[in-house]
Design a protein around this ligand. Structure first.
Ligand code: B12
Length: 277
């Protein structure tokens, strides 16, 4: 640390006493913001260089999501569709851009507004690309997705829905804060092979066992995937039908197994292998 200087040049106070001369003090060595220093170690540019696709066409699409260029993502996706497969653009362009955003969020470089704007930007691109997916959304099977009764958090659910659509599933997205009885009624109506719920609040996660027990009472035996930050595997497997998914990208591989004939008990038993845990 620099020493304070009591030099002849130091200004004198009234009464002849010397004042401390701060002019030669290097304050950066005294006052240190460790949090800011940590933030400065990583930049969006560094994460982009490490994570964004090298292919220039996909890179441009992912870049739009990373930097929330919602006016440019449409034209960039349309341009990419001239030379690339729609699923390639979604999975290796738009979603990769969102993965960079998630990384920046985890590093405390991006915050909630950026997450929401980037998600909207990604959705614009996906909506455009999805129109080009052969066979539309009904190629594999139908899943009902929702955020729990009382829960307004739907970003993770939206990402999982995108993963499911881009893997060829039809998604009935019931939105957020969906009443338990509405979920049960929708399942009876559309007869999906699986239902998913998202809860980010400990006060809302109890909606899942309530919904699942109503399904069981109605003789419906499909897996009920309980996901979102509020739940863990123990909770999700604590009631009949319940299975867990920690991350949105784990949804399609689990769904593929359900279509192969795995019931909720077999999914639980082989969960680690299925998601590559
Ligand atoms: C964004 C946000 C909001 C937004 C939600 C916007 C939206 N459309 O979703 C708004 C501003 C509305 C909001 C409101 C509130 N929020 Co809030 N919010 C958050 C925040 C900051 C980020 C959540 C998020 O979207 N993360 C990004 C996504 C990508 O992550 P994710 O959802 O976890 O998803 C990942 C996994 O969980 C999983 N996943 C999630 N869903 C699904 C679904 C499937 C099928 C699968 C497979 C996987 C999956 O996959 C994703 C990764 O791949 C969290 C803090 C946090 N650290 O989580 C608080 C947080 C969830 N909120 C919280 C609270 C308390 C509230 C409020 C009650 C605050 C208040 N007092 O008013 C209100 C709700 C009021 C109400 N009842 O209406 C608390 C919940 C605490 C608790 N344990 O109960 C949190 C944890 C903040 C905190 N630390 O206190 N919030």
């Amino acid at each position: 640390m620099s020493k304070l200087v009591r030099a002849n040049t130091a200004p004198k106070q009234k009464g002849g006493k010397e004042m401390l001369d701060y002019s030669k003090v290097d304050f950066s060595k005294i006052l240190k913001r460790y949090d800011v220093e940590a933030q400065n170690e990583t930049t969006p540019e560094a994460i982009a260089a490490a994570m964004l696709p090298k292919d220039p066409v996909l890179n441009k699409v992912a870049d739009c999501v990373l930097y929330m260029k919602f006016k440019e993502v449409g034209p960039a996706t349309a341009e990419a569709l001239k030379s690339k497969d729609a699923l390639d653009i979604i999975n290796n362009g738009l979603v990769v851009g969102m993965e960079c955003v998630a990384k920046l969020y985890a590093e405390h470089i991006y915050y909630l507004p950026e997450i929401m704007m980037a998600a909207k930007t990604m959705e614009i691109g996906i909506a455009l690309a999805e129109k080009q997916i052969p066979g539309g959304r009904s190629t594999k099977g139908t899943v009902v997705m929702h955020a729990a009764e009382g829960d307004p958090h739907d970003i993770g659910k939206n990402i999982a829905a995108v993963m499911m659509r881009s893997s060829g599933y039809t998604v009935i997205d019931m939105g957020k804060d969906v009443a338990v009885d509405d979920v049960v009624a929708k399942v009876k109506e559309v007869k999906p092979f699986m239902v998913t719920g998202t809860a980010l609040m400990t006060t809302t996660m109890t909606a899942f066992p309530r919904a699942a027990s109503k399904l069981v009472a109605a003789g419906i035996n499909i897996p009920f995937m309980a996901a979102g930050g509020a739940v863990n595997r123990d909770f999700s497997e604590s009631f009949d039908l319940g299975i867990y998914s920690e991350k949105a990208p784990q949804t399609p591989p689990i769904a593929d197994k359900v279509l192969e004939g795995y019931d909720w008990k077999k999914i639980r038993a082989e969960w680690d292998d299925i998601v590559g845990a």
